[in-house]
Design a protein around this ligand. Structure first.
Ligand code: ITT
Length: 198
C-alpha cells in the first residue's frame, strides 16, 4: 500500500478547503499553508492558470512539500467575462463574499442575458522548480440569479444557478455541488493526470 501523501494546499479560502478535503478523503493529508506559517502569494497573474501556478510554486518553495493550488472565479457573459480572475476582489481589495455578490447583482440589475460560468484551474507541483507542473481545469455552466438563495457553499454560490438542474448552487448539498462543480470536475481531471498520486 502507498504511504499517505502529505501535500500543502496553497489557499486561505475555507470553502475550497472544505470541498477539497471532502473530495480527497483520507488518502491524502492536505496541510494548509497557514498551518505552516506560509503567507498567501500575491496574485499577479492575468489568468487562472498563471495564478494557480504561482500559488502552488510559492507554497512548495516555503514548505518543501508537493503543492496543490486552486485559482477560480466566475465569468459573466453580459459583463464581458468579468469578474473572472478578479472574482475575489470584485468589490475591492478587502471585499467579503457578500460584498462581491451584491456588487455582481447590482451590475446585473438591467441585464437580460444572465449566462455565466464558474472556472477552476488546479495546479500541482512536486517541488518549487518542478519543470512539469500538472494543470487541470474545468468549468460549470449556469446563470446569475436575481436574488440570493440557499445557505450552502461559499462565495458566489447564492447567486449562481446550475444550468442543468435549475437549482441554485447554495441550495445543493455539498456532495451534489462537488459532483457537478468546476472544482469537482477539475479535480477528477487532475487525479487522472496524476494517476493515483492524489
Ligand atoms: P486563495 O487564492 O487563497 O485560494 P481566494 O478566495 O482568493 O483564495 P481565488 O483568488 O481563486 O481564491 O478567487 C476565487 C473567487 O471565486 C472567490 O471570490 C470565490 O468566492 C469565488 N469562487 C470560486 N469557486 C467558487 C465556488 O465553488 N463557489 C462560489 N464562489 C466561488
Amino acid at each position: 500500500m502507498n504511504d499517505i501523501q502529505r501535500i500543502v494546499f496553497a489557499t486561505g479560502n475555507a470553502g475550497k478547503v472544505r470541498e477539497m478535503r471532502a473530495m480527497l478523503g483520507s488518502a491524502v493529508e492536505l496541510v494548509l499553508q497557514a498551518e505552516l506559517g506560509i503567507e498567501a502569494a500575491e496574485e499577479t497573474g492575468q489568468t487562472f492558470t498563471e495564478n494557480a501556478l504561482l500559488k502552488a510554486r510559492h507554497a512548495a518553495a516555503k514548505s518543501g512539500l508537493p503543492a496543490l493550488a486552486d485559482d477560480s472565479g466566475i465569468e459573466v457573459d453580459a459583463l464581458n467575462g468579468a469578474p473572472g480572475v478578479y472574482s475575489a476582489r470584485y468589490a475591492g481589495a478587502d471585499a467579503s463574499d457578500t460584498d462581491n455578490l451584491n456588487k455582481l447583482l447590482d451590475d446585473m440589475r438591467e441585464q437580460e442575458n444572465r449566462a455565466a460560468r464558474f472556472r477552476c484551474v488546479l495546479a500541482w507541483v512536486r517541488s518549487v522548480d518542478d519543470p512539469n507542473p500538472v494543470i487541470a481545469q474545468a468549468s460549470w455552466e449556469g446563470r446569475i440569479a436575481h436574488e440570493p438563495s440557499g445557505n450552502g457553499g461559499f462565495g458566489y454560490d447564492p447567486v449562481f444557478i446550475d444550468a442543468a438542474s435549475g437549482v441554485c448552487s447554495a441550495e445543493l448539498s455539498a456532495a451534489e455541488k462537488n459532483a457537478c462543480s468546476h472544482r469537482g470536475k477539475a479535480l477528477l481531471v487532475l487525479q487522472q493526470m496524476l494517476a493515483g498520486i492524489i
